[in-house]
Ligand binder design. Structure first.
Ligand SMILES: Cc1ncc(COP(=O)(O)O)c(C=O)c1O
Length: 347
C-alpha cells in the first residue's frame, strides 16, 4: 500500500489468542485469563455509576484509581500512570524512548508484543535467546545495551521468574530503560517493585487482567520515577482509560482478599495439573504464572495436539517461536476444566 509508512509494509502485526464470543461452549485455556470472577466489589461499584459520569470525559489521570493503587502498593500516586491494558503502556514506552533504528532488547521466548511494538516504531528488535534449559541470558542482554530492555517476570510462555539479582544488575548497568513486566506477579511471591525507588531507568508494568480477573476491562498501570511518568503522560492518549474501567479497577485492587483467594485456588490447581500432566507423559516446566509450558510425549506434535484439543472444545496456545515451537502453553483453568483437559489428553 503506497500510502503506508514504508517500514510497515513488512510488519506482520500482533496475532492475539483466539477469543470466541462469550457463552461459546469452549474451555478457554489459551490467553491466561483468570478462571474465577472478579471481586463482587467491582459489581457493587458498577451499580453506583451515574449517567453524568458517562456524559462527561473521564479524569485523564484516573486519580481515584491511582490513589487506591498507591495505598495498596505503598508508592505515591505521581509514580503511577494508567493505560488501556499494559499493552498500551508497552507501546507508549517504546514510542517515548526509541528513535527509529534504535534497539529494543528482550529475551526470547517472551511476550511477542515487544517485537511487534518495536517493529511498528521502526526500531531494531534484538531477541536474546534463552538456552535449552531456559537459563536467563543476563550477560547477552547487558551487552546488547538496548534503548529499551523488556523483561517479563514471571515470563510467558515459559513461566520462569528472573532473579532479583539479575534484575538489579540490569537496572544498575543498562544505560537505557529497563521495563520489568510483572503481568503475572500476583501468582508468585516476588516483585521487583523496590527497584523503581533505587533506579530512575526502571519501569514496572502491572495489569488488572490476570490476578484481578479483569482482562475484558483493559486496565494496566506503570510505576516509575515521577519525571519518567510525566514524560510518558505527555504522549499518552488523555482518555485511554475510561470512567468505568477506572472505577471498577479501583474496586478490584482495593479487594486484595478476593484476589488472593482466587490466586490460592489457581496455585493449588497449577500444582495438581502439573502432576497430572507429568503422569500422562508430558514434560512440564515449573511455572510462577497462571499457566504451564508443556511438551507432549515424543510421538505427538504440539500443533497437532492443539488442533485436536480444539476439535474437543479446548483452546490452548501454541507459539511458533524459537525454543517453544514443540511445546504448548496451557492456562490454569478451574479444577473441573483441568480435569476435562486431562481426560481428553488421556484418550
Ligand atoms: C507478559 C505479558 N505482559 C502484558 C500482557 C498484557 O496485559 P494487558 O491485558 O494488561 O494488556 C500479557 C498478556 O497476556 C503478558 O503475557
Amino acid at each position: 500500500m503506497p500510502f503506508l509508512r514504508k517500514h510497515l509494509q513488512s510488519v506482520a502485526g500482533y496475532t492475539p489468542g483466539e477469543q470466541p464470543p462469550p457463552g461459546s461452549p469452549v474451555i478457554k485455556l489459551n490467553t491466561n485469563e483468570n478462571p474465577y470472577p472478579p471481586s463482587p466489589e467491582v459489581f457493587r461499584a458498577l451499580q453506583t455509576i451515574d449517567p453524568e459520569w458517562l456524559r462527561r470525559y473521564p479524569d485523564p489521570t484516573a486519580i481515584a484509581f491511582r490513589k487506591t493503587a498507591s495505598e495498596v502498593l505503598n508508592i505515591p500516586p505521581d509514580w503511577i500512570t494508567v493505560g488501556n491494558g499494559s499493552d498500551e503502556l508497552i507501546s507508549l514506552i517504546v514510542r517515548a524512548v526509541v528513535e527509529p533504528g534504535a534497539t529494543v532488547v528482550y529475551p526470547m521466548p517472551s511476550y511477542v508484543l515487544y517485537r511487534t511494538v518495536a517493529q511498528i516504531q521502526d526500531a531494531q528488535p534484538i531477541e536474546v535467546a534463552y538456552d535449552e534449559a531456559f537459563t536467563f541470558p543476563l550477560q547477552e542482554i547487558l551487552d546488547a545495551q538496548g534503548a529499551v530492555t523488556f523483561i517479563a517476570s514471571p515470563n510467558s510462555p515459559i513461566g520462569n521468574l528472573v532473579s532479583e539479582e539479575a534484575l538489579e544488575t540490569l537496572a544498575a548497568n543498562l544505560q537505557g530503560l529497563l521495563v520489568i513486566d510483572e503481568a503475572y506477579v500476583d501468582f508468585t511471591d516476588t516483585t521487583a517493585l523496590h527497584l523503581v525507588r533505587q533506579h530512575a531507568n526502571v519501569i514496572i508494568l502491572r495489569t488488572l487482567s490476570k490476578g484481578y480477573s479483569l482482562a475484558g476491562l483493559r486496565l494496566g498501570f506503570a510505576i516509575a520515577h515521577p519525571t519518567l511518568i510525566q514524560n510518558l503522560n505527555k504522549i499518552k492518549d488523555s482518555y485511554a482509560v475510561d470512567a468505568i474501567a477506572a472505577l471498577a479497577g479501583a474496586a478490584a485492587i482495593r479487594d486484595q482478599a478476593h484476589k488472593n483467594s482466587n490466586v490460592q485456588k489457581v496455585l493449588r490447581s497449577r500444582a495438581t495439573l502439573h502432576q497430572n500432566l507429568v503422569e500422562l507423559g508430558f514434560r512440564v516446566w515449573p511455572s510462577e504464572g497462571n499457566f504451564l509450558l508443556v511438551q507432549p510425549p515424543q510421538e505427538i506434535s504440539a500443533i497437532a495436539l492443539q488442533q485436536h484439543l480444539k476439535t474437543q472444545g479446548i483452546l490452548v496456545r501454541h507459539f511458533n517461536l524459537p525454543g517453544v515451537a514443540d511445546k504448548l502453553r496451557i492456562t490454569i483453568g478451574t479444577d473441573v476444566q483441568n480435569e476435562q483437559l486431562c481426560r481428553i489428553l488421556k484418550k
